[in-house]
Design a protein around this ligand. Structure first.
Ligand SMILES: Cc1cc2nc3c(=O)[nH]c(=O)nc-3n(C[C@H](O)[C@H](O)[C@H](O)COP(=O)(O)O)c2cc1C
Length: 177
């Protein structure tokens, strides 16, 4: 497996079901996967931008893992994007585009069922459509955006088997990026 950085942003990881289980699975691959928990690293929400940029530069693949909150990412991940994808590093004429060509994907957990994330469903749009700002952001910085991996329906009593299967398939998704 190529070196992968998984950036986890969950404001309440202690009470998480899915993200917590995914992290457990990722930690079985310490030689290839770095799990980077933003809230644990920066409890004061002050980001060490240089450290983040160095970390990003040191890996082949980057996954942004988060629970879907109001059809978006949790706010600390938005701040991370605003701060870390800085002019002169992520974009800009001379020294920018440090993420050019890097494989980037999302790993999103959703409370709502997959059938409701459809044109014919309750919320009209797919998760792929609702995450277009991420796709466009990573296109802007010339990285190789690879879409998303999702868990749907956390609010509808998923079985242990559903969660276990999604954890294994998550590793598969990363491997085949
Ligand atoms: C503030 C808040 C907003 C949420 N908004 C959404 C949403 O827009 N769409 C959705 O599918 N689930 C939404 N949820 C449900 C979470 O996405 C879901 O509980 C979480 O992804 C489950 O993962 P976890 O077990 O790791 O916490 C929301 C939950 C909270 C607390």
């Amino acid at each position: 497996m190529e070196k992968t950085l998984v950036i986890v942003t969950h404001p309440k990881l202690e009470s998480s079901k899915i993200n917590k289980r995914w992290i457990q699975e990722l930690k079985k691959y310490p030689n290839n996967v770095i799990v980077h928990d933003l809230h644990a690293t920066y409890p004061s929400l002050e980001i060490d931008v240089q450290k983040e940029q160095q970390l990003l530069e040191s890996v082949d693949k980057v996954i942004l893992q988060f629970p879907f909150y109001w059809f978006n990412c949790p706010p600390f991940l938005k701040k991370w994007i605003d701060d870390v994808l800085a002019h002169g590093w992520a974009y800009g004429k001379n020294s920018g585009y440090k993420l050019a060509g890097k494989k980037i994907a999302l790993a999103v957990t959703a409370g709502i069922k997959e059938e409701d994330y459809k044109a014919s469903g309750r919320y009209d749009y797919t998760l792929e459509e609702l995450t277009r700002p991420f796709e466009t952001t990573f296109k802007y910085v010339k990285s190789d955006y690879k879409s998303l991996y999702a868990f749907y329906g956390e609010e509808h009593n998923p079985t242990t088997e559903d969660i276990e299967t999604s954890s294994k398939n998550y590793i598969d998704f990363i491997e085949h990026l």
